[in-house]
Design a protein around this ligand. Structure first.
Ligand code: PLP
Length: 472
């Protein structure tokens, strides 16, 4: 492709994206494709001779588009949203055009210094205390891994009498509702899955902090080493909020590293209504939230904040000759702030979004999403044969269909699985599920950029009507 063609097709693609985003409702939200359908339409070898780009775009429309699940559709209520915005798409495009690799200050000072400033903007926007310093990671999973690795290495540094084999005694605590990325980080860090201890829950699905203390004491008595506790501010299942301050008190009492996983809900700290949560997490050593979920900076962009940057850097820093620069450690070299060496210029899209949308517009959208969840919650609550399963939290409603004449737990669970499949197969909406206290629970997140009241109302109508007609 030459520059002239690049301009031509670039304009076509921008036009396509703009039309696509305005018209996502015309597609089935969840693709109707079966496993293997897409692969069967793609040649098994790369072409020896380059093909015309117009043909590739044609195939995109025919082969790829039908196999997409449309995350930006206003009828997408599944998982947590993975939002984009026009500002962010342009930032991503520009970063791709610049092709900068931002692993050290010298490899592009603008990328490093803009990242410093964007993390400062975000920290202040979400009301985190000023002893936190931020760095962009790709995902919350990797941020949590960085935190647990830092806790591990700091423990070995602080207690020189420990041997590496003592790693088998390290214990990491999280609640039974914590995200699977915590357990995965414990596995990857070599601490071992058996040392990831799931603490029981309060009635609202948050961690029971007294059960945590009982477990810590039991472990100490058994000669084990409590290393780290992960609090969830917004669990994946129901956005339950662990008692972070109580957990923080235990963490300092027993000298345990404290990480907060606020992957989704941390974005809402941007609202004054949730400022108390931002204040509560100030007791933690590290915190992560994902602006790619709910602050319209598109995937991937995870905001990881640490208090002890020295502990983070000394966990990862390796400086072979080929990476030495004249600035040395007088500047931030982000290659040593996480797992990967090469890093994309992600700060650019954050700059575009935060300046283009402004905090006021972002706040307005989040409040609207929370308002929509409130409407849905009320509708479900007032409908016979439906049950709210968890307290309404932010913009997630957890519910199930429970006809009064069906009592048996498995039968009700199966009914809800059938209902979910039928809804998702309709292509009209997309929801996901979880299990809370043994009950299959439908989760509905009202959090995409273009979702409005009419989408929520027609989704609810569809859910109610489909439930009434589901075979028992
Ligand atoms: N933590 C929580 C509470 C989540 O809900 C999720 C994903 O939804 C994650 C971690 C993992 O996020 P990521 O995909 O950025 O690794």
């Amino acid at each position: 492709m030459n520059s002239k063609e690049f301009k031509k097709y670039g304009r076509e693609i921008i036009d396509f994206i703009a039309d696509y985003l305005e018209n996502t409702e015309q597609y089935p939200v969840k693709t109707m494709m079966k496993p293997g359908d897409i692969k069967s339409k793609i040649k098994s070898e790369a072409p020896e001779i380059g093909e015309p780009f117009s043909k590739i775009l044609e195939d995109f429309n025919e082969v790829i588009l039908p196999g997409l699940t449309h995350w930006q559709s206003p009828n997408f209520f599944a998982y947590f949203s993975s939002n984009n915005s026009y500002e962010s798409i342009l930032g991503e495009l520009l970063a791709s055009g610049l092709g900068v690799n931002a692993f050290s200050w010298e490899t592009s000072p603008s990328a490093t210094e803009l990242e410093e400033m964007m993390m400062l903007w975000l920290r202040n926007a979400v009301n985190l205390s000023d002893d936190f310093t931020g760095v962009i990671q790709d995902t919350a999973s990797v941020s949590t891994l960085c935190s647990i690795l830092t806790a591990r290495e700091k423990r070995f540094r602080d207690f020189p009498s420990l041997r590496r084999s003592d790693i088998a005694k390290f214990r990491v605590y999280c609640s039974e509702e914590a995200h699977s990325s915590i357990e995965r980080a414990v596995i990857i860090s070599g601490i071992g899955r058996d040392n990831c201890i799931k603490i029981s829950l309060n009635a609202d699905f948050s961690m029971d902090s007294s059960a945590l203390e009982v477990q810590i004491l039991e472990d100490i008595r058994a000669g084990l080493i409590p290393l780290c506790v992960v609090s969830a501010v917004g669990t994946t299942g129901s956005l339950a909020i662990d008692p972070v301050e109580e957990i923080g008190v235990l963490a300092s009492k027993y000298q345990i590293w404290h990480h907060v996983d606020a992957a989704y809900s941390g974005n809402a700290f941007i609202l004054d209504e949730y400022k108390h949560l931002a204040e509560a997490v100030s007791c933690a050593d590290t915190i992560v939230f994902n602006p790619h979920k709910w602050i319209f900076i598109n995937f991937d962009f995870s905001a990881y904040f640490v208090k002890d940057t020295e502990a983070l850097i000394s966990t990862f820093e390796i400086i072979p000759e080929y990476l030495k620069t004249t600035q040395g450690n007088t500047v931030n070299n982000y290659r040593d702030w996480g797992v990967q060496l090469g890093r994309r210029f992600r700060a650019l899209k954050a700059w575009f979004v935060l300046r283009g949308m402004g905090l006021e517009q972002i706040r307005r959208k989040l409040r609207h999403h929370i308002y929509l969840a409130g409407i849905l919650h009320e509708l479900i609550q007032s409908e016979p044969d439906f049950e709210i399963i968890a307290p309404l939290s932010f913009n997630l409603v957890c519910f199930r269909y429970k006809p009064s004449n069906i009592y048996e737990v498995n039968a009700v669970n199966q009914l809800n699985i059938n209902l979910l499949n039928k809804l998702n197969d309709s292509g009209k909406i997309y929801l996901t599920k979880t299990k809370l206290q043994g009950k299959i629970t439908l989760r509905m997140v009202t959090g995409t950029v273009r979702v409005d009241e009419r989408n929520v109302l027609s989704a609810w109508e569809l859910i109610r009507d489909t439930a009434r007609n589901i075979p028992r």
